[in-house]
Design a protein around this ligand. Structure first.
Ligand SMILES: [Zn+2]
Ligand SMILES: [Zn+2]
Length: 199
């Protein structure tokens, strides 16, 4: 079944999270996987993220105590890390989405990469495929015009908001590919708002 592409809009809010994990794949609930846990340590307006993006002391109660999957308690030597993200919501349902774990078909504007390269509408659109993230406005690895910045290796038409996003080779483009994407094990097209099944 093809995957519907849906747009994710920034909510103006961000979160800061803390994680603990083991470096060895010893989780009893997920063989071959690492014990880990992540919790939201702060959420609020985007512009306040920087002030709240602070590594908590080891004694801070927000650090998770147990593995999310098997419940094993973290010992003192378990690793710690922190991270942050912008909170986005599906334009179609309003549901909040974690872009790191977004379902296939999620599409967003990576505004933080716009300066580097953007598409015709000034946005830098990313689409989650079954094989990973497809940065549509980026340069294809097999671009045949590597010194030309005016063309796009993938040409976008339409908009992700209304299901008309379409990617092909109709426009100022190079000889790379046929407008399809290879992402991990996935090879497919984005046609009329849907990622094809792949092949
Ligand atoms: Zn575990
Ligand atoms: Zn190209």
């Amino acid at each position: 079944m093809p995957y519907k592409v849906f747009f994710c809009v920034p909510t103006g809010r961000a979160e800061f999270f803390v994680q603990r994990f083991y470096d060895k794949a010893t989780c009893a609930a997920k063989p071959g996987d690492y014990c880990r846990a992540r919790v939201q340590a702060w959420a609020g307006p985007d512009k306040e993220l920087e002030a709240n993006n602070r590594w908590p002391a080891d004694t801070d109660p927000r650090w998770p105590k147990c593995c999310e999957a098997c419940g094993k308690e973290f010992a003192a030597d378990a690793s710690r890390s922190t991270g942050s993200r912008t909170i986005v919501a599906r334009a179609d349902t309003g549901e909040e989405i974690d872009l790191c774990n977004a379902p296939v078909g999620a599409c967003w504007d990576a505004s933080w990469y716009r300066d580097e390269r953007a598409g015709p509408d000034g946005r830098r659109l990313i689409v989650k495929t079954p094989g990973g993230d497809w940065d549509i406005d980026s340069r294809a690895s097999n671009c045949t015009m590597p010194n030309d910045d005016a063309h796009r290796c993938w040409v976008r038409h339409g908009r992700p908001e209304d299901g008309t996003l379409n990617v092909d080779k109709n426009g100022n483009t190079c000889q790379a590919g046929a407008g399809s994407i290879i992402c991990g094990n996935y090879h497919g097209f984005l046609r009329n708002g849907y990622l094809t099944d792949g092949c």
